[in-house]
Design a protein around this ligand. Structure first.
Ligand SMILES: Cc1cc2nc3c(=O)[nH]c(=O)nc-3n(C[C@H](O)[C@H](O)[C@H](O)COP(=O)(O)OP(=O)(O)OC[C@H]3O[C@@H](n4cnc5c(N)ncnc54)[C@H](O)[C@@H]3O)c2cc1C
Length: 311
């Protein structure tokens, strides 16, 4: 099986989602990576040094400047005669491109896999992660999206593989990027952070949320996350939401602070290696998944923790 992986990149560097997609693709077959963008040679150079990659296909043209799904999926479709499988990370971009590719190839999409049992046998969560479905496909071409938190990067090697330019560049004119608001932060990215400090509705308001959680996150070098209730109440913007309709994370340590543990929240974080929950309600469902449970008022507990940490 020959697989084509869609690289997630920002032009100058490959993003961590790509590493996970490559790790999954390597379990399916030989891996070639498509870097589509404009002025994205540096990202292609990085992709060529990733373990498990046989070849990088570089589509560097104005048509791919904003990596819009319409143009990129047309490019992928033009390449698919050479491949048995198309693999994309389950990110906004991957979720834009993969269904278009699957629809035009007239095959099913296998979404958000968390394991590859055999090159055509995959596992994926259903019912908000409460059940795992095993899917076997005998279709001519596979179209698969990969849950980033489920696959570990294969790492970087000394040498680099070949980078080949693919010349098909078609501006379909179907969509255009009007603008984007990018939040700049010195904190680790939520999806790939090793430690996450997450807060819920109990944090009262935006000011209290930031004042209470930021010192702990700073002390631990952690990313900040939030429940949907906290996001809906305006404590923090929605790119910080963890859960079924937010981001799926699996850090080494996840702090759930003033979060009840509704199944939709658990769907996004229960694969975390160590879960530490602070909640004043001893019956809060979060304690059913927590490795360490602290029953108490978070406004007393967090200052005490900070004191012990010497912050
Ligand atoms: C289709 C759908 C999708 C959803 N997607 C998501 C999602 O992606 N992510 C998500 O998080 N939710 C999601 N939800 C919402 C989810 O069902 C819950 O409503 C939400 O997770 C609750 O957030 P919370 O735990 O912060 O708030 P609450 O349920 O209000 O819990 C607050 C907790 O704080 C505790 N508490 C209060 N005061 C203190 C204190 N001083 N100290 C310590 N503890 C205290 C309380 O005991 C309580 O357990 C979704 C719901 C639906 C229907």
């Amino acid at each position: 099986m020959k697989t084509l992986v869609l690289a997630e990149h920002n032009g100058s560097a490959v993003e961590s989602a790509t590493y996970a997609a490559i790790a999954a693709a390597a379990l399916i077959g030989g891996v070639e990576v498509l870097v589509a963008g404009f002025g994205c040679g540096a990202a292609a150079d990085e992709a060529a040094r990733l373990e498990g990659v046989d070849r990088v296909l570089l589509a560097d043209a104005p048509a791919y400047r904003d990596q819009l799904a319409e143009n990129v999926s047309a490019l992928v479709l033009s390449l698919m005669p050479q491949f048995d499988a198309f693999i994309a990370p389950t990110t906004s971009r991957g979720k834009g491109v993969a269904p278009r590719v699957a629809a035009i190839l007239d095959v099913m999409q296998i979404s958000d896999i968390v394991a590859v049992d055999a090159p055509r046998v995959f596992r994926r969560p259903i019912y908000a992660g409460n059940a795992i479905q095993t899917v076997t496909s005998d279709e001519a071409k596979l179209v698969v999206t990969v849950r980033i938190s489920a696959f570990r990067s294969l790492g970087v090697r000394d040498g680099a593989c070949e980078i080949v330019s693919v010349s098909q560049a078609e501006e379909l004119g179907l969509s255009e990027l009007i603008g984007s608001d990018i939040v700049k932060s010195d904190r680790p990215e939520l999806a790939s952070a090793k430690i996450i400090v997450s807060g819920g509705r109990a944090l009262r308001d935006a000011e209290t949320f930031a004042r209470t959680l930021t010192p702990l996150a700073d002390r631990l070098g952690a990313a900040i996350g939030a429940s949907r209730a906290a996001v809906d109440a305006g404590y923090i913007s929605n790119e910080y939401q963890v859960g079924q309709t937010g981001k799926i994370v699996a850090p080494e340590v996840y702090f759930a602070i003033g979060i009840s543990g509704a199944i939709q929240h658990l769907a996004g974080m229960k694969e975390s290696r160590v879960i530490i929950a602070i909640n004043s309600d001893p019956d809060a469902p979060i304690f059913q998944v927590a490795d360490y449970a602290l029953v108490g008022d978070l406004f007393e507990a967090i200052p005490e923790i900070l004191e012990h940490l010497g912050a």
